[in-house]
Structure formats: C-alpha cells, structure tokens
Design a protein around this ligand. Structure first.
Ligand code: BGC
Length: 464
C-alpha cells in the first residue's frame, strides 16, 4: 500500500516575521531572458559555452530562456498576483555593454528601464543583480575574471546602469555567488568559461571581489543606495571524527564560505590565502570591505566533507568531482532529496545564519536571503511547499535567535535554464512549457501567495 500523501502545511500557520519583512522572488538574465542576440546584445561567455555540444546536459536551447525579454510583463503580473514585495532579476552586462567595455547599447539599457517601470507600476521593488555570471565574451576571451582589468570594466558598467536606474531602484546586488563562478567556472570547468585550473583559479575570486568593491564605489558615486551582494553559504560538516576529515572539511568551508565573506566583512582573507592571491592585495582589501547596506545569503543545502577517500562522491549535483582534490564530498544520509539530488535540510539555514552572526558579530549587515528554493518536477508540488515551509520556519528561528534578517527571495519565480543542467531542473513557483513558453502557476505559487498575504495581515493586526 502506498502511504497517504503528506498534508500540505497551512500557509497561515507560519510564525510571523517582523513588520516590513520583504517577501520576494529571484531570477537571472541568462536563465530567463532568451533573446540572446536581439537588439544589439553582445554574446556572453555563457552563450558561447552553451553553444558547445554537450555543455548543456539535456541539450536545451539556452538562447530562448523562458522568453522573459518579450514576456516580462506577464511575469511582473505573476509577481503582482503573488503579492511579492520585491523582484530580484539580473541585468545582462553584454546586453548593456556588448563589448564589455566601450559603447553602451541603448536598446539593452532601455529594456531594464521598462522592466523597472513595470515593477514600480505594480508596487514591486526592483532589486537588480549586476552580474549573474554572463561575462561579455570579449572580456572572457581576454581572461575573464583571471584578468584584473575585468574588475575595472565591471565598475564602469555598474556606473552606466546606476546612472539610468538609480532614481527608481532602492536595492542593488553587485555580484551573484563569486564562489560558484570561481569553483564551477574556473576551477572545475563545469560552468562557463569551462576552465579546469583547480587552485590556480583563485585569482578569479580576488578579481570578482575587487569588482564588487569598485562597483560599490561606482554605484554610490552615481547616487545609488541600498547596496548588497549575494553570497552562497552552506554549513560544512566533517564526514568523520578524524583530524583528516576535520582538516578537509575546514579547507572546503574556507574555500566556499569564508574566502568570500571574510574579505567582504572584515577586510582580510582567511589565514594562508592572502599570499595565494594576485598581490599585493592590501589596498584592494580596503576597497572590497567597504560597508554594505545589507548582505545577501543564498542557501540550498549543507555539505558533508571528509578527507579524499574511495567512497567520496565522484559527482555532486550534476558536477563531476575530479580526482586529486584535497577533500571528498559525501552523501548526507537519512534526509529528503530534491529532484536534483540535493539534501533537504532546513535547519542548515538557521545554522549558517547563526554561524555568520557568531563569526562577524556587528560587522554582519542586515541579511536578505537572496536565494532559497528547490527543484522538483511533475505535477505534485507538495515537496516544494514542504521545502518552503521548513526553510521559512528555520529562518524565523534565526530571527528569533537574534539575526537581523530583512527579506526572503524564493528561487525562482518561474522554471528556468538551470545552467549546465538545461531545462531539466525545475526551480519555479510557475511552470514553463519550453515548447510554447506558456506559464502555469504551480501549487507552491498559491501557497507562497497565501503565506505572504497571511504575514501581511498578521503584521497589520499587530500594529492596530
Ligand atoms: C544560482 C542560480 C541557480 C541556483 C540553483 C544558484 O547557485 O545563483 O542561478 O539557478 O543556485 O542551482
């Protein structure tokens, strides 16, 4: 006998978040816009990478995305129906500056201008990310993030976007997940630009951080305010109780968490790393660590890490893990998994926020969860609802335990192109039919809408 389906958690039973809490949804340009070569857009490193046979595992046509470029009004209407307070989207650098430097493409900038107007007209706060992985191809070909110049070009582009949008945009994100770009793009080669440099990829981390710092300066000079960054964080647990396992987990923790948050929030690299960066980096660190208005956390799952061993995973979440790494990833047992195979561990969100608070204290600015979500396919959307319910409860516990969290952006509004996985991983609250690009809200869309509505009603009641 098949067990009865789990009950759907009631959206009005969530604990109440503080008044003014921002309820949002996230997306990115490459994953949704399509129109890869329309209206003067230049190619990105991801356009070139996706065009190479075999790079996108299911062969999905990444040049179409979800058609957001032409259907953005439909998606803004979906956001409005959700009651979203904010929408995190990304600006495509090669749409705005097709060559990576030099002339600005007015049609590209015009698109974001219209999008921002459309969001504002619906009372939705626009929260653009300036870099969600789509480096202009000419810059990628010149070395991409391995080249210090890319950071300066990024700041010029940030100034252009802010010059046009800062009058209506109160919330900015410089970069998305510099750790993933370094690791997946430059160290392991599973993402664009497909480099496999292992530890020689570290300059890509430094130059992205520098780009962030220079962009913060450029944004402020252009009158922008409300500046943050979206950094991926995962609690890292040691696979065993040996010195080797602990050391391997510590190294992994440093590489994927603190290598980015330490320089941003303390102006220093973790011990032993400054000398590995393209230096001297002293002055750069002062630029990198300029005060932020808020700090964005992307959370998906914890990691179980031990010493390299024969039972370590040779692939993780679709990524090949090459032999010879100084750590090995292990399967977390006894928990639910998403369609992607990622472990579902809501407590990890509570744990990582308290860890960040413990490590940085008052240096940690107010936090927004800039991404959190899961990939499930099929018509039964209850697992996604359970995921959201569990993670929001864990987030609320972190708030109750003293972490100043101001907002939550679900990943993602619609299904979209999941990078090298193609269309096979569906993270959306809204289903995309990739043949027709038709949008169909899933059960989780209605659940999140009702949860947001209940939260607003509860905070309004407590004000009366
Ligand atoms: C990225 C998103 C991606 C999501 C799920 C994050 O690493 O910022 O673009 O779709 O995770 O993999």
């Amino acid at each position: 006998m098949t067990p009865p389906p789990p009950p759907v958690p009631s959206p009005d039973r969530l604990p109440v978040f503080p008044s003014g809490f921002l309820w949002g949804a996230s997306a990115s340009a490459f994953q949704t816009e399509g129109a890869a070569y329309a209206d003067g857009k230049g190619p990105s490193g991801w356009d070139a990478f996706a065009a190479e046979p075999g790079r996108i595992k299911d062969g999905a046509d990444a040049t179409r995305g979800t058609g957001f470029y032409t259907r953005y009004r439909e998606d803004v209407a979906l956001l409005a129906g959700l009651g979203a307070g904010a929408f995190r989207f990304s600006v495509s650098w090669p749409r705005v500056v097709p060559g990576g430097s030099g002339p600005v493409n007015p049609a590209g900038l015009g698109f974001y201008d219209r999008l921002v107007d459309e969001l504002c007209a619906h009372g939705i706060t626009p929260a653009p990310t300036l870099y969600h992985w789509d480096t202009p191809l000419p810059l990628e070909e010149a070395g991409g993030w391995l080249d210090r110049d890319t950071a300066a070009r990024f700041a010029e582009y940030a100034a252009v976007v802010a010059g046009r949008l800062a009058d209506r945009v109160p919330m900015w994100i410089t970069l998305n997940e510099p750790a993933e770009v370094t690791l997946l793009g430059y160290a392991l080669g599973e993402h664009a630009p497909g480099r496999q440099l292992l530890f020689d990829a570290l300059p890509a981390a430094h130059h992205q951080l520098l780009a962030h710092g220079l962009a913060v300066q450029a944004l402020r000079a252009a009158g922008a305010d409300g500046i943050g960054i979206a950094v991926s964080h995962s609690p890292v647990r040691a696979a065993g109780d040996t010195d080797e396992d602990r050391a391997a987990a510590g190294l992994y923790d440093t590489l994927t968490n603190h290598l980015f948050s330490d320089p941003l929030l303390t102006g220093r690299y973790p011990e032993g790393f400054e000398g590995l960066m393209p230096g001297p980096v002293g002055d750069d660190l002062a630029v990198i660590s300029q005060p932020l208005d808020w700090y964005g956390v992307n959370y998906y799952s914890p990691m179980l890490v031990g010493a390299p061993a024969p039972d370590a995973l040779d692939s993780y979440a679709g990524l090949g893990m090459p032999a010879g790494l100084p750590f090995g990833l292990r399967e977390i047992e006894g928990v639910e998994r998403t369609h992607f195979g990622w472990p579902v561990v809501p407590d990890g969100l509570h744990e990582l926020l308290l860890t960040l608070k413990g490590r940085y204290g008052d240096r940690l600015p107010p936090v927004h969860i800039t991404e959190n979500g899961c990939s499930y396919e099929g018509t039964d959307d209850r697992p996604r609802i359970a995921f959201l319910d569990g993670h929001l409860r864990a987030l609320h516990r972190a708030v109750a335990d003293g972490v100043d969290v101001r907002g939550y952006f679900v990943w993602s509004l619609t299904d979209n192109i999941e990078w090298a996985e193609g269309a096979a991983q569906r993270f959306g609250l809204v289903h995309i039919d990739y043949d027709t690009l038709e949008r169909t809200p899933k059960a989780s869309y209605a659940w999140y809408r009702d949860a947001v509505r209940a939260q607003r009603a509860a905070t309004a009641r407590s004000r009366d």
